[in-house]
Write a protein that binds this ligand. Structure first.
Ligand SMILES: [Zn+2]
Length: 286
């Protein structure tokens, strides 16, 4: 990542900061869609010998006045070889360093918001300090949907693989965790939007200011083509048919409001707008 992608949405300043990149199984990212259909879109050169494809880790920094909100925190730096080599191979762990280059120190961050608590979305929520796990951002309130926290702390056989307690339980212990419901407003103009499907309580983050809208999608999509084609649903989604309906509603809104879409797993910076011409939808990079 050379230059930092920046956008202005009303009176919010946005910077997209990548924690790096992971490589995930292409079949898992595209679910029922056969490889002959997704491979030309990804580009054959982007599929490795293990059938994995690159996935960005785009986090969003939002500033207005003294408020500094970080949406998502990537993979982090706490992982051992099992995670680094098998579950989430890739090149990551750069978020703090890149925040530093923007002049943002951990203690400056006033709020952290997670769309959900899978390991690739909240890794930098905490860091190891000696024997302890502590919140990375000592002065931040950490916002997450209450239902997601419940699911993360009580996983089942299907969901347990990617909920790592070390990323979120220390926040409860330090008293920094804010469990919220529905369209909770973190700041005036910055709120959660429940977008269920990937998980039951998955939520996107919406910025609205001076008639402009930006939506941080979270795992509603893993690749921009899934914004254009709602039936292309990741195998990761625990409620795929709910994802489908959620995505249709969000896509309509994105077109209507000409919303800036920030997509976590797109290649950097992963920002664009959804347009519709003659019934054909296209994700147009911003
Ligand atoms: Zn993800």
């Amino acid at each position: 990542m050379e230059d930092v992608a920046r956008y202005q949405v009303g009176d919010f300043e946005i910077a997209v900061i990548s924690d790096g990149e992971i490589r995930l199984d292409g079949g898992a990212v595209f679910g029922l869609v056969p490889r002959v259909m997704w491979e030309p879109i990804i580009g054959p050169d982007n599929v490795d010998a293990e059938h994995r494809i690159p996935q960005g880790l785009n986090c969003m920094l939002v500033r207005r006045g003294d408020e500094i909100v970080l949406v998502e925190t990537g993979m982090g730096n706490k992982h051992g070889p099992q995670v680094r080599e098998k579950m989430f191979p890739g090149d990551y762990g750069y978020l703090l360093e890149r925040l530093g280059k923007l002049g943002v120190r951990p203690e400056d961050v006033t709020a952290v918001a997670n769309t959900h608590l899978h390991a690739d979305h909240c890794g930098w929520n905490t860091v190891r300090r000696g024997e302890d796990l502590v919140p990375t951002f000592p002065n931040a309130r950490y916002y997450v949907q209450a239902g997601e926290y419940e699911a993360a702390t009580h996983p089942n056989e299907r969901t347990r693989g990617t909920y790592f307690e070390e990323n979120f339980v220390p926040l409860e212990e330090s008293g920094q965790l804010e469990l919220v419901t529905g369209e909770h407003q973190v700041l005036p103009g910055l709120h959660f939007l429940p977008t269920p499907g990937h998980t039951a309580d998955h939520a996107s983050i919406v910025l609205s200011s001076n008639g402009e809208t930006a939506i941080y999608t979270g795992d509603l999509v893993h690749h921009e083509v899934q914004m254009e084609r709602p039936a292309w649903i990741a195998a990761f989604d625990v409620m795929p048919l709910v994802s489908l309906e959620t995505k249709k509603v969000l896509a309509e809104r994105a077109i209507r409001e000409n919303a800036l879409l920030i997509c976590v797993h797109n290649s950097y910076p992963g920002v664009g707008r959804l347009t519709e011409t003659d019934g054909k939808r296209r994700f147009v990079p911003a």
